[in-house]
Design a protein around this ligand. Structure first.
Ligand SMILES: [Zn+2]
Length: 199
């Protein structure tokens, strides 16, 4: 959990190339004290522009079948290719979280859903994301294979493939969902499950 490295820009190393230059004037940003700011910031030494770098929101659903199973996809793209996760993706600038949940689920599973209760909200600092998971009711469509999903399959609460779940945030969301519908089932400890892709 603590392996994330924050570079000289005060942000995870992998993110640095994306915020290296001033988006207003193109000069290289510098990290340090900025007047009026409570913490060091990336700012432009030429024009004074302050670059605020914040986590992005990943919107996901746990689509539940009429038999009480959760739909997961086997990921067709990195990170986590070949492993299981719930459908989801980044919130676009022109949509609400529930619109994004419905759109991403349709794109990745072929299923039309209605987003219901929020199962949970999960920070993952290493990936600079916050993941929201909605429980979702399937209202139409049919499971399809897409570039992003090699397989779409329902899993009963007692049959979640824990060691093959791609992301820690997915494990935490599935744990919270299982705890709600089957509190009698043992919950895996995310720390004991090895996942090469983090998440
Ligand atoms: Zn500038």
């Amino acid at each position: 959990m603590s392996e994330v490295r924050f570079g000289l820009g005060g942000i995870p190393d992998w993110l640095e190339p994306m915020v290296r230059f001033c988006s207003r004037c193109g000069v290289r940003l510098a990290f340090g004290p900025v007047a009026g700011e409570e913490r060091d910031r990336l700012a432009c030494p030429s024009c004074g522009f302050v670059s605020y770098v914040n986590p992005r929101l990943v919107v996901t659903t746990l689509p539940i079948t009429s038999r009480g199973e959760v739909i997961l996809i086997r990921r067709g793209i990195e990170p986590g290719r070949g492993q299981w996760a719930q459908p989801g993706g980044f919130l676009e600038i022109d949509e609400t979280v529930r619109e994004a949940a419905v759109r991403e689920t349709l794109e990745e599973t072929g299923l039309r859903v209605e987003a219901g209760a929020i199962v949970g909200l999960y920070s993952r600092v290493q990936a600079a994301v916050v993941v929201i998971a909605f429980e979702a009711r399937i209202v139409g469509g049919a499971p399809t294979i897409t570039r992003e999903s090699l397989e779409t399959r329902p899993f009963a609460p007692d049959a979640i493939p824990w060691p093959e779940i791609a992301f820690e945030t997915s494990i935490r969301a599935l744990r919270d969902w299982v705890a709600g519908v089957r509190p009698d089932l043992p919950a895996p400890d995310p720390a004991t499950i090895h996942r090469p892709f983090g998440g």
